[in-house]
Ligand binder design. Structure first.
Ligand SMILES: Cc1cc2nc3c(=O)[nH]c(=O)nc-3n(C[C@H](O)[C@H](O)[C@H](O)COP(=O)(O)OP(=O)(O)OC[C@H]3O[C@@H](n4cnc5c(N)ncnc54)[C@H](O)[C@@H]3O)c2cc1C
Ligand code: FES
Length: 322
């Protein structure tokens, strides 16, 4: 049986256990959220060789420094691991606005105590005082010291129900990050943007739309926002107004179930996307939200002919869905 050493303590591993699970089983409070190698909240450091999968997507400098995802590394031999604050030192902030924009979505604004360097579209790991940690995408434009998060309340969800239901004005909160590769870069400057968000997958794209417009982005910006029902959509009026005032921006709110309604598209987002015509060579595509939908939508644009190098995504993976 393999031995795991952490802070001068040694633990015996169990069969098929990951390093993260072994640490948690032994009462160590290790931050974690997605358990899928995405959020980086569980990253630690080791001098021992690790499996390729437990460093997938990490920058080369981080790999060389021995950083790895503890949720992805099985305890298949002896390891010694150390703490690392690689997703950035924790930053404190205070919730200054909590706006319930539908029966399941709340928009939070958090005033940060110190500046956070981030790009619109990245995400942060939010910590409650009991160390419960979840990832949320930044809906605000880059580097704004008041960050905006859109949170969908999921059935029995520990963090999302707390953020939606409790009165949190004035609540102190800690976050780390930023993380994620879904943001505007200079090499997209001459492209059009096709942005597709499902549910609160709108959040990162909302920040990106505002950032692109504010920075004088020249190409067309097309935003599809999909929801199960009409009521699942939010910020509709605001986005329609933005469309009125910026000719380069086209907004399509889409819902699957219910009666048709003027100003909205009704139907399957994947099927609508199959029919949507755009410049396949010069369009950057970003897809965010529900993991199954993200997979289908990415596949659809890829099969239409968009190069995988021009497709970016954030799948909102939940730790209990894997
Ligand atoms: C990179 C990234 C970015 C994210 N950005 C956002 C964001 O901007 N806004 C946002 O609302 N969420 C976002 N998420 C999801 C978020 O991190 C949490 O997973 C989500 O809020 C649920 O956490 P919870 O503690 O409420 O639920 P948990 O206590 O973790 O789960 C409780 C139950 O709800 C189920 N569940 C969890 N998530 C879902 C879901 N999406 N749909 C259906 N059932 C579910 C679980 O299977 C479980 O049974 C993101 C996730 C990732 C990885
Ligand atoms: S990367 Fe390990 S918990 Fe998210």
């Amino acid at each position: 049986m393999a031995t795991l050493t952490y802070k001068d303590r040694s633990f015996q591993g169990q069969e098929s256990e990951t390093i993260l699970d072994c640490l948690i089983r032994n009462g160590e409070k290790i931050p974690h959220s997605c358990k899928s190698g995405i959020c980086q909240s569980c990253v630690m450091k080791t001098n021992d060789p690790v499996d390729l999968v437990s460093q997938k997507g990490l920058k080369p400098t981080k790999k060389e420094a021995g950083l790895f995802y503890t949720c992805q590394q099985s305890l298949n031999k002896d390891f010694e691991v150390f703490d690392s604050h690689e997703s950035g030192p924790p930053i404190d902030g205070e919730i200054i606005s909590q706006q319930r924009v539908s029966s399941s979505v709340v928009i939070l604004k958090i005033q940060l105590d110190s500046p956070l360097e981030y790009k619109a579209g990245q995400f942060v790991n939010v910590f409650r005082t009991d160390q419960l940690c979840r990832s949320y995408s930044l809906a605000s434009v880059s580097n704004n010291q008041i960050i905006e998060l859109h949170v969908r309340k999921v059935p029995e969800g520990s963090m999302s129900n707390w953020l939606y239901d409790s009165n949190l004005l004035g609540q102190k909160i800690t976050l780390s990050g930023p993380v994620g590769e879904c943001y505007l870069t200079q090499d997209m400057e001459n492209d059009d943007l096709l942005l597709i968000g499902v549910g609160t997958g709108l959040a990162p794209l909302y920040g990106i739309v505002h950032e692109a417009i504010a920075n004088g982005f020249k190409g067309k910006i097309t935003l599809f926002h999909g929801g199960l029902r009409l009521e699942s959509l939010y910020l509709v009026e605001e986005l329609k107004n933005l469309e009125q005032t910026h000719s380069q921006f086209n907004y399509f709110p889409v819902y699957l179930l219910g009666e048709s309604k003027e100003g909205f598209l009704q139907g399957d987002l994947v099927e609508l996307l199959k029919k949507h015509e755009f410049d396949l060579k010069n369009t950057t595509v970003m897809v965010c939200g529900d993991p199954d939908m993200v997979k289908k939508l990415k596949q659809t644009v890829f099969l239409k002919g968009v190069s995988s190098k021009k497709i970016f995504s954030d799948a909102f993976v939940s730790n209990k869905k894997v």
